[in-house]
Structures are given as structure tokens and as C-alpha cells.
Design a protein around this ligand. Structure first.
Ligand SMILES: N[C@@H](CCC(=O)N[C@@H](CS)C(=O)NCC(=O)O)C(=O)O
Length: 239
């Protein structure tokens, strides 16, 4: 008998999207339970599953796992097989995959959301300089990522096969491509980042990704509200 898997998520959450993508790419059967953030995740029953009160969380039989990158490695270990696996086999290559995944949270998202959240005030010289510094920092990070893909023989971060690394980054690129263009006039696609821009095209064509992606209109609607209340600074994703 198959062990049931419940996936607690919210369609607006990029971290939950990571695990949704891993479930789809690994062709796992699961039950999707939508969690209303600020409400369901504050309940005792959800706190008993995940003391951090965050999505994604999964319950696989009696096993509960949370933290998107940890959930995704668990899914690979349990459901990956010789045909479909989202982690490389070689320990050295696995280590590189983990370094890149960790970087998506410790560097890329922080840098991108800090730039997006910075309110430029053209009348203040300092503010203009700060905005430029944040943009340059982001451009450097994007170049690093472009170079990381360029080091491999394939279109993906780990080479020819899609992996958890691609899955860790794509939900944030989805949001940033739209939000930075709208609020910062910053178009990732117009930069000379051949590997990264090719990766964005290749990822956009994946069936699993197409099932999980948010429309540009929805991103703008949601992020307008978030930026109005300085949400990204409040939750610590932006500095
Ligand atoms: N580090 C966590 C971050 C997850 C996270 O922050 N999720 C947000 C939604 S995008 C959440 O559940 N927030 C709780 C809340 O809004 O109350 C992960 O990778 O899973």
C-alpha cells in the first residue's frame, strides 16, 4: 500500500512552489492542502506539524518535513529512482548542488529583494547611490549564476538534467523577472547573460513548471501590496 503524502502549501509562496515542482518532476502522488497564511498556519494543529508555521510542509505517513530545501532532498531520497532523480549521484557534485541551493537563500534572494524593496528618492543623492549599489550587487550575483551554468555542458545548473538547484532558483526568477521590470525598470532578459537567459527559456518550457507558475498580473497585484507595507523587509528577506 502506498503511504499517503499531504502537501501543505499556498499558491503565492515561492518556497512552496519549490516543493510543488519537486513533487511534479518526481511524479509523486500527493494531496494538495491549501494553507491560508496568517490564519491556518497559526493554528495549534499546524504548529504541531511545523513549529515554524511555514509552508511548504509535507506529511508522508507519520513523517513530517518542512523547510523547502530539506523537503526537496527528502522527496528525492524517497521517490527518486534510476530514471528520475533531481540530485546528482557523485558526492562532489552533490556538494556543489547543495552549495548552489544554499546560495539561493543566503545570497540571490536577499540581494534581489533588497534591491526591489529599496525606495529610491531621486531628491536625495544618497538614496540614488544606494539604489545603484544594490543594482550592481544584483548584476554581480546574476553574472555569478550565469557563469555557474556556463561551467556545465548542459542548459541546467547541474548540466544536462534538471535538478533541485534549478528548482530552488526558478520561483524567485519568476517573480523577479516581473517585479524588477515593473518597479526598477530592470530587465534580466536584456542583460548579456547568455547561459542564465537560456536557462530561463528552458525552464519556462518544462511542463511541471508551467503547472506551478504565477501569472505576471498576479505577481504585480501581490507585490504591489507587499511593497506598500515593506513586507520583504519585515520578514527579513530584504535588508
Ligand atoms: N525557509 C523556509 C521559508 C518558508 C516561508 O517563509 N514561507 C512563508 C510563505 S512564502 C510562510 O509560510 N510564512 C508564514 C506566514 O506568513 O505566516 C523554507 O524554505 O521553506
Amino acid at each position: 500500500m502506498k503511504i499517503p503524502l499531504i502537501f501543505y502549501a499556498n499558491p503565492n509562496c515561492p518556497y512552496a512552489q519549490r516543493s510543488w515542482l519537486a513533487l511534479l518532476e518526481l511524479q509523486v502522488n500527493f494531496e494538495y492542502k491549501e494553507i491560508e497564511l496568517g490564519k491556518d498556519n497559526k493554528t495549534d494543529w499546524f504548529g504541531a506539524l511545523n513549529p515554524n508555521g511555514t509552508v511548504p510542509t509535507i506529511k508522508h505517513g507519520e513523517t513530517v518535513v518542512y523547510e523547502s530545501l530539506v523537503v526537496n532532498e527528502y522527496l528525492c531520497e524517497v521517490f527518486g529512482n534510476d530514471e528520475i532523480n533531481l540530485m546528482p549521484r557523485e558526492p562532489a557534485v552533490r556538494a556543489r548542488a547543495r552549495i548552489l541551493m544554499s546560495r539561493s537563500d543566503t545570497k540571490f534572494t536577499k540581494i534581489a529583494y533588497s534591491y526591489l524593496s529599496h525606495k529610491r528618492n531621486a531628491s536625495e543623492e544618497d538614496s540614488v547611490t544606494k539604489d545603484d549599489q544594490l543594482r550592481i550587487h544584483l548584476e554581480d550575483e546574476l553574472r555569478f549564476l550565469d557563469n555557474a551554468i556556463g561551467l556545465t555542458d548542459g542548459y541546467y545548473f547541474m548540466g544536462e538534467i534538471v535538478s533541485l538547484v534549478d528548482i530552488a532558483y526558478i520561483p524567485f526568477f519568476e517573480r523577479m523577472s516581473v517585479a524588477l521590470a515593473k518597479w526598477k525598470n530592470f530587465e534580466i532578459k536584456s542583460l548579456s547573460l547568455p547561459h542564465l537567459n537560456n536557462w530561463l527559456d528552458v525552464m519556462s518550457n518544462r511542463e511541471a513548471y508551467q503547472k506551478t507558475r504565477m501569472s505576471p498580473q498576479r505577481i504585480i497585484e501581490l507585490y504591489s501590496r507587499f511593497l506598500d507595507v515593506d513586507y520583504f523587509k519585515r520578514v527579513g528577506i530584504a535588508q
